[in-house]
Design a protein around this ligand. Structure first.
Ligand SMILES: *Cc1c(COP(=O)(O)O)cnc(C)c1O
Length: 486
C-alpha cells in the first residue's frame, strides 16, 4: 500500500475529488456541514452518531431540504402560471417512483405538490398516506384493471385527478371499468412528441422507437381522441409529454410545450374541443458529482415553459391551458445521501495501458451495501462520488473504486473517485445525491436486506423507512422454519 501511495505523490491531485458541501452545495442536502473535527453532519446530526445509533448502510433524508424543494416546485409553478398574470394556473406533481413513503407523500403534498403514481402499490401508498385523490395521477404503459379500478374508486368513487392514457386500446379498458363503476374518468393523453432528451445531450428525432405514449403524427392521437369522445364515461382533460430524464437547460421543455400547444390547437380545430390542461412530465437534471454542471434552476425552467406556452397559445389562438410538471429526481435526489461502512480494501494491479491517473493500480474499497441499494451505476453506468464522513485525512489521494459486497464484479457504487490512501476498514463513506431511484430501485439480491431511510432534522433522527430484517425476508417463504419453531 505504501508503495502505491508514494508512487501517486506526483500526480495532479483533485481531479476526481468529491466536492465539500461548501464547494458544491447543490450536491448535498441543505443542512450538510463538515464539523471542525472533520465529521460530516446532516440535519444537525453527526453521521458517526447515526452509524452508531442506527445502522449502516442507511439512506439519510434531510427533511427540511425535501420540504424546501417541494415548496419551490409547487410555488414556482403556481407563481409563473398564476391566473393573476393572465395564465390558467400551474401545478407540480411529485413523481413517486423516485422514492415514495408515507412520510414523503405527506411532506410534499403539504408543501403543495400532487403525487404521480405508476402502479397499484404507489397509488395505494399515496391514498393511504392521505394524499387528496384529485391531486393524484396514474401513469403506465400497461395498466392493470385493478390499478384503474383503484384509481376510479378513490375518494369514495370520485376518482383520482387524472389517468394518463398511453395507447389506443386503453381507452376501451378505462371506459369499460368506469361504466361498471358508474363514474366518469378524467383522462389525459400521453403523446410521443418526437423529442428525446436526457443526460447533457439534447437530441431531437422525427420518430420514437420506444414503448410510451401514442404517436402524435401517425394518426394514433386522432384515433385516441375520437375514441375518448365516443366514450360516455371518459372526460378528456389534456395532453401529456415526458421527454426524458436528467435534462439540463430549458430547450427540451420549451420545445415539448410548443408541440403540446400545437397539438391542442389541432384537436380544438378538428374535434371542437378545447383542452384545459397540458403536462410536461419530469426530467429536470441534478448534479451527481463535481464533474456535472450545476443544474438549471426550477424557476428558470418554469419561467421558460410559461413564456413558450404564452407565445404558442397567442400564435395559435387557443386559450391558455393549466400547465403541470412531474419532477421526481430534482425534488428528492439531492435531499438524501447513502452512508456506508468501509470493509475490505485492496489494490488491483493493472496492465501498462491503465492510464496516468491509475499508475498501474486501482484501489478497491468495499462497503456494506452495493448494487442492491444503488443499481444505477451498474444499470446505466451512472457516475456518483463519495467522501469520508467520519473524518478528514491529509493522506495522499488514490484513484479508487467504491464497490459493494455482491457476487458480481459489476457491483460498483462509485466508478472513480480520489479518496485518501489511508481510507480503511471502519471508516464511514457517504455518497451524496442518492434520494432518487436508489431506495425505489433497491432489491434483495444475494438476500441482502434493504437499508432503512433515516429522516433527520433539528438534531433528531428517526426511521421513515425501517431497515429490512432477515425475518422480513424469510417471512414470504412458507418452507422456512421460523424462529423458535426448530
Ligand atoms: C420518470 C417520470 C417522471 C419523473 O422523472 P424525473 O426525471 O425523476 O423528474 C415524470 N413523469 C413520468 C411520466 C415519468 O415516467
Amino acid at each position: 500500500m505504501s508503495e502505491t501511495t508514494e508512487s501517486m505523490d506526483h500526480r495532479p491531485l483533485g481531479e476526481l475529488l468529491c466536492p465539500e458541501p461548501d464547494e458544491r452545495p447543490d450536491l448535498w442536502p441543505w443542512s450538510t456541514r463538515r464539523r471542525e473535527d472533520g465529521v460530516l453532519e446532516i440535519g444537525g446530526v453527526a453521521l458517526t452518531q447515526l452509524a452508531r445509533d442506527f445502522a449502516t448502510p442507511a439512506f439519510i433524508l434531510d427533511r427540511a431540504d425535501l420540504r424546501g424543494r417541494a415548496r419551490v416546485w409547487a410555488s414556482v409553478m403556481a407563481e409563473e402560471f398564476w391566473e393573476g398574470y393572465g395564465m390558467a394556473g400551474g401545478d407540480a406533481f411529485y413523481a413517486g417512483k423516485a422514492f415514495l413513503s408515507s412520510d414523503v407523500v405527506r411532506t410534499v403534498t403539504k408543501e403543495g405538490m400532487g403525487i404521480d403514481t405508476a402502479s397499484l402499490g404507489e397509488l395505494t401508498l399515496a391514498l393511504r398516506a392521505g394524499a387528496d385523490p384529485s391531486r393524484i395521477g396514474l401513469h403506465g404503459n400497461n395498466k392493470l384493471d385493478s390499478e384503474i379500478e383503484s384509481a376510479l374508486s378513490a375518494g369514495n368513487g370520485v376518482g383520482i385527478g387524472r389517468i394518463f392514457i398511453d395507447s389506443v386500446g386503453e381507452v376501451a379498458q378505462i371506459e369499460r371499468i368506469a361504466a361498471r363503476l358508474a363514474t366518469k374518468a378524467k383522462v389525459m393523453i400521453r403523446v410521443k412528441t418526437g423529442i428525446h432528451a436526457g443526460g447533457n445531450a439534447y437530441i431531437s428525432t422525427g420518430h420514437e422507437d420506444q414503448k410510451f405514449g401514442v404517436g402524435a403524427y401517425d394518426g394514433q392521437l386522432d384515433e385516441v381522441v375520437a375514441a375518448i369522445e365516443a366514450s360516455p364515461h371518459l372526460k378528456l382533460c389534456g395532453l401529456h409529454s415526458h421527454v426524458g430524464s436528467q435534462i439540463f437547460g430549458t430547450a427540451a421543455f420549451t420545445q415539448a410545450a410548443r408541440i403540446l400547444c400545437a397539438l391542442a390547437a389541432h384537436i380544438m380545430t378538428d374535434f371542437g374541443r378545447p383542452l384545459p390542461e397540458i403536462d410536461l412530465g419530469g426530467g429536470l437534471g441534478v448534479a451527481y458529482s463535481g464533474d456535472d454542471p450545476v443544474p438549471t434552476s426550477v424557476l428558470e425552467v418554469a419561467r421558460a415553459i410559461a413564456a413558450a406556452v404564452k407565445s404558442s397559445c397567442e400564435e395559435l389562438g387557443i386559450p391558455f391551458p393549466r400547465v403541470s410538471v412531474e419532477p421526481g429526481r430534482s425534488t428528492i435526489a439531492p435531499a438524501m445521501v447513502s452512508c456506508y461502512r468501509v470493509g475490505a480494501v485492496k489494490d488491483a494491479t493493472l496492465g501498462e495501458d491503465a492510464g496516468e491517473a491509475l499508475r498501474g493500480h486501482r484501489r478497491y474499497i468495499a462497503v456494506d451495501g452495493g448494487m442492491s441499494d444503488n443499481i444505477r451505476p451498474a444499470l446505466y453506468g451512472a457516475r456518483y462520488t463519495a467522501t469520508l464522513a467520519n473524518r478528514v485525512s491529509s493522506a495522499p489521494l488514490l484513484r479508487s473504486r467504491v464497490v459493494g459486497k455482491h457476487c458480481e464484479s459489476g457491483d460498483v457504487i462509485v466508478w472513480d473517485v480520489d479518496l485518501p490512501a489511508d481510507t480503511s476498514s471502519g471508516d464511514l463513506l457517504v455518497v451524496p445525491v442518492t434520494g432518487a431511484y436508489g431506495y425505489s430501485m433497491a432489491s434483495n439480491y444475494n438476500m441482502l436486506t434493504k437499508p432503512g431511510v433515516l429522516g433527520v432534522e433539528n438534531g433528531e433522527a428517526e426511521w421513515i423507512m425501517r431497515p429490512q430484517s432477515i425475518d422480513d425476508l424469510l417471512a414470504l417463504d412458507p418452507g422456512v422454519h421460523h424462529r423458535g419453531e426448530l
